[in-house]
Design a protein around this ligand. Structure first.
Ligand code: NAD
Length: 476
């Protein structure tokens, strides 16, 4: 991010942006003011400072855990490692988690954590020390546990950090039979679920694919139905962006540009995502990728000609100063809060379709929910039904072959016979969740004549949260 834009983005209270979106949605509902205030506010904010010995020096680390809503327990939300982490950001990300979980019917309250460090310049050994100390701080304050608060990966963290968190929790909670469920996004070898790593990017893909199937919406932005041949730009080639890019590429979309911290690369005929990753691993940068043009100012990549723009890095990257220059017809918010409210208004007037973060990047928490359930049930998905389904399918095929007096080709037979594996069940659960979520938002938008998908998504979330308050009998 250039210095100029950084100061513009820093001027924002990210939390107030979310409050604005919430208030817009509240206008469509007749709910008591006090109850709306309760839903909006963060239930608990915990800021900590702890010492860690780095080399010969003692460094004081600033970190947070925010539990936005206790209307459902446990709370759930990722942990971010970034030098830009601050209380406002963590509170906002926690609030987004509450709304996200409500939209995709995941029974958690929203939470988020953050540690103010730059993992790119800290050794692995020291990241481990910081992660373990942060976890013990959470344990000390009862801010982590399978039924209390369950962290997950976010910007700057991944499977590695989650397994350190689990290991620390386990060693300090002897005999806790459900300890595996204290954190999600773990490696499969340590109780993770197959399909979690790519879940957010795949969810982004499912959500945009569903939108591109809608004739009415595609007509409104002058695009053909379907993803094939659509020009896509992705900002951020981390966990979310990389997997989203791969799924779009595999579905026949043309990835015309990819943007990273150091710059962007462009090729109007399309970039091969896996070759870009090989190049990145070899050279340490996406720049100078063969047959592509370098764009030094990485933010300029957002303004290139394309059909679909996927910001998958950080918040506030599309703001009032560049919104008018955005040429995309669809923006898929893979990152949290990439579009400021001012930019949202400008883009809305231009007719750009924005698929909001609180729905679109919910794939991660959805599959985290599957992982949590797996850990609590202590059994791998598919273990009970795989062989049973295969036996049933074999019998069914035999009946079909006998009654039709025709042999089914062996390759087709193999496909039909196969019982569900864990990855199949996780992906089908995710696909179903993303498709259902999209249509719930779309139907609400139409029936209440709501101006855009973001407001409709907030209306859906608020309604769901009110429902659970009523079920609890707290606010009859
Ligand atoms: P990540 O750390 O794996 O990747 C982020 C990528 O963005 C990195 O490759 C980084 O180099 C790049 N980046 C940083 N600054 C950039 C800039 N100015 N321009 C271009 N690229 C830049 O993080 P992630 O887990 O992929 O998360 C990305 C976003 O998605 C965040 O907003 C996060 O909150 C959101 N999100 C993540 C998940 C998840 O499951 N990981 C779930 C929901 C939402």
């Amino acid at each position: 991010m250039s210095k100029k834009t950084k100061s513009k983005a820093d001027a924002y209270s990210f939390f107030s942006c979310i409050e604005k979106n919430f208030d817009k949605a509240a206008r469509y509902l007749s709910i008591k003011k006090g109850l709306l205030e309760q839903i909006k506010s963060c239930n608990a904010v915990y800021r900590m400072h702890f010492p860690v010995k780095i080399g010969k020096e003692i460094q004081v680390i600033e970190a947070y855990r925010v539990q936005h809503s206790h209307h459902k327990l446990p709370c759930k939300g990722g942990i971010r490692y970034s030098i830009k982490v601050n209380q406002d950001e963590v509170m906002t990300l926690a609030a987004l988690m509450t709304y996200k979980c409500a939209i995709v019917d995941v029974p958690f309250g929203g939470a988020k954590g953050g540690i103010k460090i730059d993992p790119q310049i800290i050794s692995t050994e020291n990241i481990e020390k910081i992660t373990r100390r942060y976890t013990s701080e959470l344990i000390k304050k009862i801010l982590i546990g399978p039924g209390i608060d369950v962290p997950a990966p976010d910007y700057g963290t991944g499977e590695r950090e989650m397994s350190w968190i689990f290991d620390t929790f386990l060693s300090l909670s002897p005999g806790e039979v459900d300890a595996l469920a204290c954190v999600t996004g773990k490696p499969v070898s340590q109780g993770g679920v197959r399909g979690r790593k790519e879940a957010t990017g795949l969810g982004v893909f499912y959500g945009i694919r569903e939108l591109c199937k809608m004739k009415e919406e595609m007509l409104s932005v002058g695009l053909d139905v379907g993803l094939n041949g659509k020009k896509v730009i992705i900002q951020g080639l981390g966990n979310v962006g990389y997997h989203a890019a791969t799924f779009f590429h595999e579905a026949g979309a043309i990835i015309v540009a990819l943007a990273e911290r150091e710059g962007a690369i462009y090729n109007k005929k399309g970039l091969n995502v896996s070759n870009v990753i090989i190049h990145l691993k070899k050279t340490g940068s996406i720049l100078n990728f063969p047959e592509s043009k370098n764009i030094e100012d990485t933010e300029k990549a957002l303004e290139l000609e394309c059909d679909i723009l996927i910001p998958a890095a950080l918040e506030n990257v599309i703001h009032k100063h560049n919104a008018n220059r955005i040429k995309a017809k669809i923006i898929g918010e893979a990152a949290n809060g990439p579009v400021t409210p001012e930019a949202d208004d400008i883009l809305g007037k231009k007719g750009v379709l924005i698929v909001p973060d609180i729905y679109l990047n919910a794939g991660g928490v959805t599959v985290s929910y599957f992982e949590w359930l797996k850990n609590l049930s202590h059994v791998r998905y598919g273990r009970m039904e795989k062989r049973f389904s295969e036996n049933m399918n074999t019998e069914l095929l035999q009946v079909i072959e006998t009654s039709c007096r025709k042999k089914i080709p062996i390759e087709e037979k193999k496909m039909i016979l196969r019982g569900p594996r864990e990855i199949d069940l996780v992906r089908s659960g995710l696909e179903d969740t993303m498709i259902n979520g999209f249509h719930k938002i779309r139907d609400l938008k139409k029936s209440l004549k709501i101006e855009n998908m973001r407001t409709a998504a907030f209306v859906l979330a608020i309604n769901k949260i009110i429902d659970s308050y009523e079920k609890l009998g707290i606010f009859p």
